[in-house]
Structure formats: C-alpha cells, structure tokens
Design a protein around this ligand. Structure first.
Ligand code: AMP
Ligand code: MG
Length: 419
C-alpha cells in the first residue's frame, strides 16, 4: 500500500515567500500614476453650477479683492497724521457718512473724522478707522483714547487677492467656498471637466438582485449598490451596467455596451485565474490583461485591462476586498482619469485600541473606527464580513513591514471620507 500523503498545503500556504513577484502597494500606485491621464471631456460652466466639478484650466482673478481700500468695522475714519501724541484725542465730525456701496465723494478734511460703516470704501483723506465702541460722540465731535496705529481697522486694496493672480489651479474640485472666491474676483464661468462616467458591472452566476427571490446557492449582489453609491459620492457619473452571468459571450456583450457609454469600468468578481474567471479571460483575449498580484490584504489579484479603449478595473468579488481595492487603487486612478490629478488620502496617526502581530511582506487594511481618541478595529478580519464594512468608518493602514501593535501604538487611520 502506498504511503498516505499529508496535504501539501498548510493553512499558512498563502504566507508570502520572501522576494517573490508580489508588487508592493506603493509600486502598484506608482505604475497607475505613471500610466493614466485625464480622459474626461471639458466644457464651460457657470460658477454656480460648477461646485463639485473639476477645473480644467487655471483661473485668473479679473479683479482684486478687496477692489479698493475699505473699512473692516463700523466706526469713524480720519487721516492718522491728524493725531497728536498718544491721546486721548478729540476730532470734529465731518457732515455725512460713508457706507458699503455708498461712496463718500468729497475729501475728508485733515483733522476731521467721518462716520464710516463696514465695507465702505475709504474716502479721500481717510486711512485709519477707530471702532465705534471705542468712541464717545455728541454728534459734532468724537473723542477716543490712543494710541491707535495708522491703518487700523482698514483693509488694503488687493490684500486678499490681486487682479491677475492665479486663484485656482486646474485639477481642483470646486467647493462652495471656491464659488465665493471666483465670484468675488469677477469670474462667472469656468472651464471644467465633464463628470467621469464610470460603469459598474457585477459578475457571477450566484448573484441575484436584492428584492428578488434567492434560492439556495444564490447570494445578493452587494458590490454593485456599494460601488455605484461610492462613485456618486465622489462626484462621478455612476453608470449601472448590471449583472453578468459567468458566460463569456454575455459578459463580452455587456462590456461592449458599457465601453460605449463609460470612461472607465469597475467590475467585480471573476478576476482571478480560475475556470469561471471570465473577466480576466476576456481581458486576456484582448492582450491587455495585467494581473496585478499586489501585496495587500484584503485583496486578490486586480485584473487590469483595456476594453475598446476603456480602462477596466477588475476588482475581487469579495465585497470587503472590492471596497478596499476601490479605495486604495481605483480612487486615485479614477481621479487621474477625471482630471483631478493623482490624490492619495492623507490619514493621520492615532493610538491603537487593539493589539495585533502583523507579519512582514504586505500592507494590510483593517476596518476601523475612532472611539475616545483611539482607533478600534472590527472584531473579525474575515473578509466575508460585510457587516464589518458597514460598522467601519475608515481603514487602519498597516505598513508593508512587520509591526507589533499593542494598545497605544500609533497607527495610521484613514476615514472613508478622506478617500
Ligand atoms: P469571485 O471573485 O468571482 O471568485 O468572487 C469571490 C467571492 O465574492 C465569492 O464568494 C462570490 O460569491 C463573492 N461575490 C462576487 N461578487 C459579489 C457581489 N457582487 N456581491 C457579493 N458577493 C460577491
Ligand atoms: Mg465569481
């Protein structure tokens, strides 16, 4: 009788051997950064409609802010040379007043003061303003204590923005505050990139739609609603390409149709090298398949390729891995395609509220949330635990090397909102 052989593979079989062809996360990111460029079209857009869109050209201030010297407070304006000594001072009041939008046309005589209200342009003869609250007046004179510096409570023309300055650079995603800045310097229209059109396709014979009946062996498609919503939250145009069965010709037709209306496509599932991994097989037929074996957890190979000129990000089917790969790889890549440039989330160091022995050889992302100034991780690292994704408010990123984490060790936390 021949010898009964023990299994060749142990539980530990996926431990990373040293010095093998696993691509470190940073190297994978650097490759994406090198190889992608903006693909979105551009158009002219009213500033009011442009918030959330990405500038396609630098913007130059048409006018300075403030356009002319003005007062920052309600008070009384005068020429600083009028003041003798350190005070207290008394100045006669000139007739009239200066208010925002209501220019005081006359010259204020030296050693006179004029009533002046916030935002009013400084009239000739006024370079300094004393705050109303610091003044006594009988209607004909004002009295106040010194000393007061020349130029107090005034704003210089252009102290904020000078006409001709570049105020915002191409690649910026416009914020509500940017709408204020643009408007303040007289810019009514900007060149923007069209929102990037990103298709989302789920693959797998086992998938059914939530709301439909699921029989044994079927699971609900969780990735599609997640990815569509994430893309929308990023200001992209999310295009639902539906679910593809594990049938190569059907998937092929769906990719053909998707490529016609998308700038990029995210697929999930079928991206490994198995019999039912039709996504990678089809991309392989185009000759463009690149299986990126990236040294990260959670994540299986990323199948990257081009379909009819459209970049495809073949994400792992597992929802936890799908989201992590989307945040870490697809997010910066899509940003680059959309004209926003390469962006990596900053994250910040926080004391760990957990303990873990992390092995060398790959980067790890843990589902995490902040609690009382510490970062906690989900009770299980099981990559099938979708509830942990929902529990999490961000990811802890552990470096490629080994790390012994005890309570209080500083670890990097990246809230989902920073991706
Ligand atoms: P695959 O990458 O196709 O081998 O899928 C890996 C695992 O993820 C399998 O357990 C699939 O059933 C699961 N999966 C694939 N796509 C989805 C999806 N859209 N929603 C939820 N689970 C999925
Ligand atoms: Mg599958």
């Amino acid at each position: 009788m021949s010898k009964l052989e023990a299994p060749k593979l142990s539980n530990d079989c996926f431990a990373l051997p040293a010095g093998v062809d696993w691509t470190p996360v940073d190297a994978a990111l650097a490759m994406l950064r090198d190889r992608l460029a903006p693909v979105a079209g551009t158009r002219v857009c009213k500033v009011g409609d442009a918030v959330g869109l990405i500038l396609a050209r630098d913007v130059i201030a048409m006018r300075s802010n403030p356009p002319e010297p003005n007062t920052a407070v309600d008070g009384y304006g005068f020429a600083h040379v009028a003041l003798m000594g350190d005070g207290p001072y008394e100045l006669p009041l000139a007739q009239g007043r200066a208010a925002a939008g209501l220019r005081f046309e006359a010259r204020v005589a030296t050693r006179n003061a004029l009533r002046i209200l916030t935002g009013a342009a400084l009239p000739d003869g006024v370079d300094t303003v004393v705050l109303e609250e610091d003044v006594r007046t009988d209607g004909a004179r004002i009295a106040f204590n010194g000393p007061i510096k020349a130029g107090s409570n005034t704003r210089r023309a252009g102290e904020d923005v000078v006409a001709g300055d570049v105020i915002l650079r191409a690649g910026r995603r416009l914020t509500p505050a940017d709408a204020a800045l643009l408007s303040a310097v007289g810019v009514a229209e900007v060149h923007v990139f069209e929102a990037l059109r990103v298709g989302v396709l789920s693959t797998g014979d086992e998938l059914v739609e939530a709301g439909d009946d699921a029989v044994a062996g079927q699971i609900y498609d969780a990735n599609r609603p997640m990815l569509l919503a994430q893309l929308r939250a990023w200001g992209m145009e999310a295009i639902d390409l539906g679910r593809a069965p594990d049938e190569r010709d059907v998937l092929q037709n769906m990719l053909d149709a998707g490529a016609k209306k998308c700038d990029a496509i995210l697929t999930s599932g079928g991206a490994s090298a198995g019999d039912e991994d039709h996504m990678s097989a089809l991309l392989n037929e185009t000759g463009s398949l690149a299986m990126w074996r990236i040294a990260l957890k959670p994540g299986r190979p990323l199948a990257l390729g081009m379909w009819a000129g459209v970049p495809i990000f073949g994400l792992p089917g597992n929802p936890v891995a799908a989201l992590v790969c989307t945040l870490i790889f697809a997010r910066p890549a899509l940003n680059l395609l959309s004209g926003a440039g390469w962006t990596e989330p900053q994250g910040f160091m926080v004391p760990a509220g957990f303990a873990k022995h992390k092995k060398a050889g790959r980067r790890e992302y843990l589902r995490a949330r902040l609690l009382d100034g510490q970062v906690d991780v989900f009770k299980s690292e099981g990559s099938g635990r979708i509830s942990g994704l929902s529990w999490a408010e961000g990811l802890v990123e552990l470096p490629d090397g080994a790390l012994e984490i005890t309570h209080g060790t500083s670890v990097k936390y990246i809230p989902f909102g920073l991706f």
